[in-house]
Design a protein around this ligand. Structure first.
Ligand code: FNR
Length: 193
């Protein structure tokens, strides 16, 4: 099963980027074919329809293709003001925006429809960014994704990783593994025609 993992942060010391890396490593040991995407490596501007009318950026097409190629995704979402950050909204808005000039992408939901998506979050606070997921889920449903009911929020994230980026607590690892397992299980059943 092909699994796309990405975090909604480009910050160097990001807990969500670390969580995405730890998730990718765990998923590989579960036999998934994992792509760990760093959003900071893509050149994706803030969405603007005027800009889009002049031509969809090449990295947006790359992003659409990546999303399309992976039946399963796991998103590690930071929490900003009890929701998810603009980076994730902007990224997913571009993913769903039809490319009128390209017959492959005139269907805006082609790259997201039917994908099984697991949500994780990490925050230095006690709630682990859980409230970001409450806003992210409806956005993913609008993109016609299947949102996995199992999720996990990593609280006190500043103390959650060792020097190698591994999750310190067994319970945290088990919770992440449970999300991975459910996403892979569901994605193997919810393949789109
Ligand atoms: C935050 N942060 C935050 N944390 C939280 O648990 N609940 C919240 O509502 C907020 N709100 C918030 C708003 C803004 C504008 C910023 C910049 C930050 C703190 C946030 O969780 C923290 O900066 C994380 O470290 C961000 O995630 P990364 O970059 O570490 O992945």
């Amino acid at each position: 099963m092909r699994l796309l993992v990405f975090a909604g942060s480009t910050r160097q010391g990001s807990y969500n980027r670390r969580l995405a890396a730890a998730t990718a490593a765990l998923a590989r040991t579960s036999g998934a074919e994992v792509t760990h995407l760093e959003l900071g490596e893509l050149d994706i501007p803030m969405y603007n329809a005027d800009l889009e009318a002049r031509g969809t950026p090449a990295d947006v097409i790359r992003l659409k293709q990546l999303c399309f190629d992976h039946p399963a995704w796991i998103i590690c979402a930071p929490e900003y003001n009890a929701s998810y950050p603009a980076l994730l909204k902007n990224t997913l808005d571009w993913v769903s925006s039809p490319v009128k000039a390209d017959p492959a992408w005139t269907d805006g939901f082609r790259s997201s429809r039917g994908k099984v998506v697991g949500m994780l979050s990490a925050s230095p606070g006690a709630l682990g960014g859980l409230r970001s997921q409450g806003h992210l889920a409806p956005l993913l449903l609008n993109l016609q994704c299947w949102v996995a009911p199992k999720n996990f929020a990593l609280g006190r994230a500043a103390d959650a990783f060792d020097a190698d980026g591994q999750l310190v607590a067994d319970a945290a690892r088990q919770n992440v593994q449970a999300v991975i397992d459910q996403v892979l299980w569901a994605a193997s059943r919810f393949q789109q025609p």
